[in-house]
Ligand binder design. Structure first.
Ligand code: PEP
Ligand code: MG
Length: 867
């Protein structure tokens, strides 16, 4: 029922059905919010319905709203179908006024508590519904602490609270020109409408944009009888998880505060106690809570994040929802829940998001670095990040947008800080616990966060952080370790994740417990996916890494990358500046053994799996120095005059190199380059085959526009293959295929497929040429396009399905019309991007190919696409 009642409402109803102690209440469906925002008026008939349900609520709680003797008080809470923690409004203690507060005082036998509740209500309602700035209330509260000479609100006397109530009311009167509403029915409708309107608050809109939550969902409104955690030492409130949200360990984990109301915990205003301590303070309620949390997890078959209140020893559950968790925890919980029989393998695969998988492959601080932390806080969200300290969300947003690495440092965060948290690499707060706003939001975004750092002082006005002797000003580098909670001054080096180190052979699998869950969950992903996953790798080292990450071959080996290393670049340059074919061949002959040995290494690393080798692609000028010392040196090395070298460099200069002399156009004009590369590939293949290695080369021709180009190059390759295999006396099976990265190639796919044995979509160039957007220059203005909503995403990151995607789909279809068994891959950057992977899965593509570190992400995304 989440779509109708919102997450909170649906789960409150579910808990009620389960017999879990929940205070009585009712939920106004999300549709009412959508209607209200569209029409600007309360939907027809809703007032009567609310009145009916209020009457039922009054009957079941035995109290009436506005009854001066024994008043019912309610909370009015938002609750969207998708969790948006803290982004929308909530009103507590509704129903209090000058008369009912007396009744509450009498019935609770605690006048201080009654007036404290009243002043909280005036403050919350005044801010949220009546629009009186929160800090004006805070100023009066602060002044009261001063005149009463106390440090905390909890120490304010009943008398002080009574005068504060009067001060708050007069503040409201002056601010809005009328009295604070005393009629509880009017209060209720004011609160309901404020919750609806909060759907369109900037922070809520920003949150939905970042998390891709549709604008059309709307929020439900939950009207629930209040229970009080601030009724004395036998009362309290807390937030807990059924498993550890950072590590995934199966243990009840949470925090609570004695004599406090709900928002005190979430807002991080008081640093709470560990949940275990509740066993001593409130033993019976704790026992019931332990039992209830287990029932909830078993019922929902997922880790729950629960809010509870104890009123005079009696436990109430106020909310349960699926707990947000760190990436490590997501893997571990998914793995262990399969073994506990709670979920099946497919569900475990669904429970880990590609983003979480990506984060597991992220760096941590290099442990060989000897740095002393300037402070240590709670490790709220894992990962490590270095950046420049900034002290307010707007600066974080501005500097972040300019491409700077920034870390947002706050006393504590509130939802108002959200846009700054989005822009920051990591978040540091002085106050709050593991369930504080900063912790919950950062974990949800998979961002490193350290919170509740004792002994530091954050001075937002002077833009300075002090920790003992250390002082960090705005713009100074700091490094956070979200795994240990350590805070360092300076920009510390980071090392790859545990998983990356296991895969790279630097760490034994048993030293990285998360690795077991990683392998198992990905193994289950492999069972369900149908899309193949290969890697883009150019060196034997990368190929080994890719294979360890589960790549099923190489989908793109960019051979030009081999020419940039060491002395190879000199031979390459010699080839480029050669005056004639003879000179070119001599230089190529020097490159041949180097390429051959690279290919041997790659074939060996990928034994038994296909390796797609692409012939030289970039324009030649990319290999040459453009003036300066380097060109002087080169002229000397090559024994030519500097003027002559300059003339050649000038000749090779292109106004639009992306459309110039590159790709197969190089091989057409200089067939000897194709010959050399083909020879290196086949000689390496035969040598490997002689050593008993199963080699499967697939030779790929780049930037083909017409079938005639393809045929020209393929003929050279096949001739070299015959020569090499004839001379070496051993045949190796191979394929010759093409990149599809120009619109004309895609449009004539049927024709090209008659000759080409496979296609691999180069979606980088295809995006560039279909959209007429330069890969190198578009970054300068794409931001504006995304901001103005012209593009939903950067098309170089997320495939443009309606445009480029349509061409891909059609070319797959046309290609197979002339060659039914045509093998089709994708090797552009989109091959590792989850949404694009889903599209390729549906488009009949056989495999995607992406960088080695994205292989696990692609495996998981491909499984999600198939589920
Ligand atoms: C492509 O164009 O998508 C591709 C994979 O080739 P490159 O990025 O090397 O141009
Ligand atoms: Mg390309």
């Amino acid at each position: 029922m989440k779509a109708v009642l919102g997450g909170k409402g649906a789960n409150l109803a579910e808990m009620t059905n389960l017999g879990v102690p929940v205070p009585p209440g009712f939920t106004i469906a999300c549709q009412a919010c959508i209607d209200y925002l569209r029409d600007g008026a309360v939907p027809d008939g809703l007032r009567q319905e609310v009145a009916q349900h209020l009457a039922r609520l009054e009957a079941s709680s035995g109290r009436r709203l506005g009854d001066p003797e024994d008043p019912l008080l309610v909370s009015v809470r938002s609750g969207a179908p998708v969790s948006m923690p803290g982004m929308m409004e909530t009103i507590l203690n509704l129903g209090l006024n000058d008369r009912t507060v007396q009744g509450l005082a009498r019935n609770s036998g605690n006048a201080r508590f009654a007036f404290d509740s009243y002043r909280r209500f005036l403050q919350m309602y005044g801010d949220v519904v009546l629009g009186v700035p929160a800090q004006r209330f805070e100023q009066l509260l602060g002044a009261k602490r001063l005149t009463e000479a106390v440090e905390t609100d909890a120490e304010l006397s009943e008398g002080a609270l009574r005068t504060l109530v009067e001060e708050y009311k007069s503040l409201v009167r002056h601010a809005i020109g009328r009295d604070f509403p005393m009629d509880p029915a009017e209060q209720l409708w004011g609160a309901i409408e404020a919750v609806w309107r909060s759907w369109t608050l900037k922070k809520a809109v920003d949150y939905r944009r970042v998390h891709a939550i549709p604008e059309t969902l709307g929020t439900a409104v939950n009207v629930v009888a209040m229970v009080f955690g601030n009724m004395g030492e036998d009362s309290g409130t807390g937030v807990a998880f059924t498993r550890d949200p950072s590590t995934g360990e199966r243990r009840f984990y949470g925090e609570f505060l004695v004599n406090a109301q709900g928002e005190d915990v979430v807002a991080g205003i008081r640093t709470p106690l560990r949940i275990e301590e509740m066993a001593e303070r409130l033993p019976e309620a704790y026992a019931e809570l332990l039992d209830t949390q287990q029932r909830l997890e078993a019922h929902f078959r997922d880790m729950q994040d629960i809010e509870f209140t104890v009123e005079r020893g009696k436990l109430y559950l106020l909310q349960t929802r699926t707990g947000k968790r760190a990436p490590t925890a997501a893997l571990r919980v998914a793995d262990e829940m399969v073994r506990e029989g709670l979920i099946d393998r497919a569900e475990a695969v669904r429970r880990v998001t590609p983003t979480q998988m990506d984060q597991l492959l992220h760096p941590v601080i290099d442990s060989t670095v000897r740095a002393t932390p300037i402070a240590t806080g709670l490790p709220a969200s894992p990962g490590a990040a270095a950046g420049r300290a900034v002290f307010d969300p707007d600066t974080a947003e501005r500097r972040g947008a300019a491409g700077e690495a920034v870390i947002l440092v706050r006393e504590e965060t509130t939802p108002e800080d959200f846009h700054g948290m989005v822009a920051a690499r990591a978040i540091l707060t002085a106050r709050g616990g593991m369930t504080s706003h900063a912790a919950v939001v950062a974990r949800g975004m998979g961002k490193c966060a350290v919170v509740g750092v004792k002994g530091i002082h954050v001075d937002a006005d002077r833009r300075r952080l002090t920790a003992g002797d250390a002082s960090i000003a705005e713009g100074d580098w700091i490094t956070l370790d979200g795994g240990s909670g350590n805070v360092y001054a300076g920009d510390l080096p980071t090392v790859p994740s545990e998983i990356v180190r296991v895969v790279g052979g630097q760490l034994m699998p048993d030293r990285a417990p998360v690795f077991r869950a990683f392998s198992r969950v990905l193994g289950w992903a492999d069972e369900v996916r149908t899309l193949g996953v290969r890697a883009n790798a150019d060196t034997p080292r990368d190929a080994r890494m890719a294979r360890a990450f589960g790549a099923e071959g190489i989908g793109l080996c960019r051979t030009e990358h081999m020419f940039f290393e060491g002395e190879r670049i000199t031979a390459m340059r010699e080839m480029i500046v050669a005056r004639d074919e003879g000179g070119r061949r001599r230089a190529l002959a020097r490159l041949l053994p180097m390429q051959r040995s690279d290919f041997e290494g790659i074939f060996e690393a990928m034994a038994g799996l296909p390796v797609t080798v692409r012939l030289l692609d970039p324009p030649l000028h990319e290999f040459l120095p453009h003036g300066g010392e380097e060109s002087k040196l080169l002229a000397r090395t090559l024994g030519m005059g500097r003027d002559e070298l300059h003339r050649i460099v000038d000749d090779l200069r292109e106004a639009n190199p992306m459309l110039g002399h590159r790709g197969c156009r190089l091989g057409v004009t200089y067939p000897e380059i194709t010959e050399m590369q083909a020879r290196a590939i086949f000689e390496a293949a035969v040598r490997c085959s002689r050593r008993g290695i199963d080699v499967r080369p697939e030779i790929m021709i780049p930037l083909v526009a017409t079938v005639r180009e393809f045929e020209h190059q393929a003929a050279i390759i096949r001739k070299v293959a015959d020569d090499v295999m004839g001379a070496m006396g051993e045949a190796v099976p191979y394929l010759v295929g093409t990149m599809i990265e120009l619109p004309r190639a895609a449009l004539t796919a049927d024709e090209i497929a008659r000759s080409a044995e496979f296609f691999s979509f180069g979606t980088n160039d295809l995006t560039q040429t279909v959209l007429g957007l330069s890969r190198d220059d578009a970054g300068r203005f794409l931001g504006a396009y995304i901001e103005k909503g012209i593009f939903a995403d950067d098309p170089f990151q997320v495939l443009d399905e309606p445009g480029v995607g349509k061409i891909v789909r059609r070319a797959v279809f046309d290609g197979r019309s002339t060659r039914p068994d045509l093998k089709v891959g994708v090797c552009g950057e989109h091959g590792g991007e989850p949404r694009s992977v889903r599209f390729f899965h549906r488009s009949g593509v056989d495999y995607v190919s992406c960088s080695p570190y994205r292989v696990p992400v692609a495996r998981l995304a491909a499984a999600h696409a198939a589920l």
